[in-house]
Design a protein around this ligand. Structure first.
Ligand code: CMX
Length: 436
């Protein structure tokens, strides 16, 4: 059976040919337009980006290379005795568009384990960070420090031709994905535990289980949660802030490290990935305010209205594209129903799900009153003892790297140029609208 790189070499020529043909034969076809409202409104729904790895339907949610989350859960290889997909499997899927075999995933796990290990300057830098530095800032900085090992930079400087850029981009991307669990675990140990990592990367363990061991966790059930978590957070098509930023920075031929670090800075914003830390703090505050006991829907609704009336958003609800419950929320809810149905915080999260869509609909502002991925993840993590809220976005980031870097490899395969949309001034818009 071919390895990941061998399979890519087999697949790539046909795809390059297809894109070349589309550009020459249909280059003039219009696929999207942009209105004044969209130009001022964050370019919502403007079709102007090509991303191969996944696609987001407003009603149905994400499909990774055509597969829904339940299909990924069913078809991607699992750990021995496990029920959730291995993140290595989705890495393969996102890169190739194909479901890998068990043995291909095992080989990829071993390859990632071999690529792991941090240079001394990165470990000492993380250890020198003050505990008050947000873990996402530590993550973005550590990824930048790893850039000294970039194989793309080496290839570029030695004059490698454009059609080979994808190969060193793949190498860098696999290297950084392999190293991220240790970076994140070291940030975790250093920020909260005053300790070092004691677990040595084990080639016979999967990428995710090596990660949980390095953070100090060894429960089989938590391993399963993390495999699911690290699979579903990988990718959400190309226009979200972390994916778009990685793609944009990468379009300047910045390598995987520079591009990913920039993407992580975007993920660290409260309207994007940081929402998962906000949700748990918000839910726990609510729990405390309600006296740590079960209350009626009316009492819960009143408490939620209070925050809304004070001008705050309900974190974890709403989405720029989705118009239904996020399937990433649903699969985490199913995990909770299976493994922790009686956890009081899960019960509260469920009750919030019962009341918030009506509240937000009455509130009348948000286009989507339903929960997104971030509304559920914190509740599961705290159940297994991972209670440090401001670390949660780092977990999101470790997973998101898989999607955005797979996409960057395809940007190189297809030779996408530097991104440079046209901007206009308000003066220009004003005279344009008045000219007809
Ligand atoms: N609670 C209260 N008001 C909300 C809301 C919510 N959960 N979601 C949207 N709104 C408000 C917006 O603030 C906006 O109000 P203004 O017109 O006063 O500015 C209005 O509804 C319209 O917004 P929208 O078009 O529905 O939403 P956007 O596409 O602009 O923004 C998002 C999407 C996710 C940023 C927004 O829904 C939000 O702030 N949600 C809470 C934060 C969150 O959960 N973010 C995580 C998203 C997933 C991720 O990237 O990780």
């Amino acid at each position: 059976e071919p390895t990941l790189k061998e399979r890519l070499i087999q697949i790539i020529p046909a795809k390059q040919e297809q894109v070349k043909q589309l550009k020459t034969e249909h280059g003039d076809k219009i696929i999207g337009t942009c209105t004044v409202a969209q130009a001022y409104g964050g370019m919502r729904s403007v079709k102007s980006l090509v991303t191969e790895t996944s696609s987001l339907d407003p009603e149905e949610g994400i499909r990774f290379r055509g597969l829904t989350i339940p299909e990924c859960q069913e078809r991607l290889p699992k750990a021995p005795g496990g029920a959730e997909p291995l993140p290595e499997g989705i890495l393969w899927l996102l890169l190739t568009g194909e479901v890998p075999s068990e043995s291909q995933v095992k080989t990829l796990s071993k390859d990632l384990a071999k690529r792991a290990g941090l240079p001394k300057h990165v470990t000492s830098m993380i250890k020198a960070f003050p505990k008050e530095m947000h873990p996402m800032s530590q993550l973005a900085a550590a990824i930048l420090a790893l850039q000294s090992g970039s194989k793309f930079v080496e290839a570029y400087n030695s004059g490698v031709k454009k059609d080979k850029y994808w190969e060193s981009t793949l190498e860098d991307s696999l290297d950084v994905i392999a190293k991220l669990p240790e970076v994140a675990a070291l940030i975790y140990q250093n920020t909260y535990k005053n300790g070092d990592i004691t677990h040595k990367i084990d080639e016979n363990l999967d990428w995710s289980a090596n990660f949980t061991r390095m953070m100090g966790y060894s429960s089989k059930e938590f391993d399963e949660l993390m495999r699911l978590y690290l699979t579903i957070h990988t990718d959400h098509e190309g226009g979200n802030v972390s994916a778009h930023t990685t793609h944009l920075v990468g379009s300047a031929l910045s390598d995987s490290y520079l591009s990913l670090s920039a993407g992580m800075c975007g993920l660290a914003g409260p309207l994007h990935g940081l929402a998962n830390q906000e949700v748990l703090s918000w839910t726990m505050n609510l729990q405390e305010k309600l006296g740590n006991k079960q209350v009626s829907n009316e009492v819960l609704s009143d408490a939620i209205w209070e925050g809304l009336n004070a001008g705050r958003v309900v974190p974890g609800f709403g989405h720029a594209v989705l118009r239904k419950t996020d399937p990433r929320y649903t699969c985490q809810r199913e995990f909770a129903l299976k493994h922790l149905p009686n956890d009081p915080l899960f019960k509260l999260v469920s009750q919030i799900y019962d009341v918030v869509p009506d509240i937000l609909t009455k509130h009348g502002k948000t286009k989507n009153p339903f929960p997104n991925v971030d509304a559920h993840s914190g509740c599961l993590l705290q159940y297994y003892g991972l209670k440090e809220h401001n670390f949660y976005t780092v977990l999101f980031g470790v997973s998101r790297a898989i999607g955005v870097l797979s996409s960057l490899v395809w940007d190189r395969v297809l030779g996408h140029p530097i991104e440079r949309p046209k901007s206009v001034t308000t003066e220009w818009i004003s005279s344009f609208v008045n000219s007809d």
